[in-house]
Design a protein around this ligand. Structure first.
Ligand code: ADP
Ligand code: MG
Length: 244
């Protein structure tokens, strides 16, 4: 076996799958550029690290479960004037995730709440964070299923592995008492430990309507609002604009 084959085999043995494919190119570059031993080592390891990072980000993106792709670059601030680009850009240093703060977008349908949440979540993934997107309805359903199986705690532990949990459309449908309780357990586990982006069409004053149990509603709201940046979005629905 020649040296090249031997190195290839060792790469496979060490599970350096992408490096082994790139090896001829990297070798050629090293020779062409008369790299030092250190430079070449850096090129080899750097390539593998970069490949692993991009694979991890691609996997995190698949796991996030975004219903559609939305990009902040496509957000039109001339239409949506109740939030500006600077406010959104300020969020993209992800201090809010590092500080376990929440973002709450409140506003009527079509004003861009879901678009902004997915756009911000998507950038967070690019920055290396783990994100989960879910609607309040499907979250409540999956918590209920887990609870019936006696696995609520396990489910919540899994959800808490994300750095950021996006809960879309809270308040479109009322929840039953058990649903309130399950959601409280989750919010309590995420509180000051992970970040939440919440979107809702209802003002805080109306939140009592979908939390049927007052005893649970107050502490849930309390935990969501504490350490949160609240954005009240208004204006015309973008969906209606597109029809004209
Ligand atoms: P909401 O969640 O507030 O009901 P969405 O974010 O789902 O609204 O927005 C509805 C549609 O309009 C989506 O297709 C979204 O991409 C688009 N949209 C909303 N606001 C804007 C905006 N300011 N610029 C570009 N597209 C927008
Ligand atoms: Mg929405």
């Amino acid at each position: 076996m020649n040296s090249f084959d031997q190195v290839s085999q060792q790469c496979r043995h060490l599970k350096l799958a992408s490096l082994v494919q790139e090896l001829p190119v990297l070798l050629q570059q090293a020779e062409a550029n008369e790299m030092s031993y250190l430079q070449y080592t850096e090129a080899l390891l750097g390539y593998e690290v970069q490949q692993r990072n991009s694979k991890r980000i691609a996997m995190n993106r698949r796991k996030a479960g975004f219903p559609v792709e939305k990009h902040l670059e496509a957000f039109d601030y001339r239409h949506q004037t109740t939030i500006n680009k600077r406010q959104v850009n300020q969020l993209l240093d992800f201090d809010f995730i590092d500080n376990r703060d929440n973002l709450i977008f409140i506003g009527p349908p079509g004003v861009g709440k879901t678009h902004l949440s997915i756009g911000i979540g998507s950038k967070a993934i690019d920055a290396g964070y783990k994100v989960l997107f879910t609607t309040a309805l499907s979250l409540t359903e999956s918590l209920e299923i887990a609870e019936l199986k006696g696995e609520l705690k396990k489910k919540i532990t899994t959800l808490c592995k994300n750095d950021l949990v996006i809960i879309d459309e809270l308040g479109y449908l009322p929840m039953n008492k058990q649903g309130n309780y399950n959601l409280f357990q989750l919010i309590n586990a995420l509180y000051e430990y992970r970040s939440i982006i919440l979107t809702t069409n209802k003002d805080f004053t109306a939140w009592g309507e979908f939390f049927v149990d007052e005893n649970v509603a107050v502490p849930i709201i309390d935990r969501l609002i504490h350490h949160s940046k609240i954005f009240m979005l208004g204006g015309e629905s973008y969906r209606l604009k597109q029809k004209t």
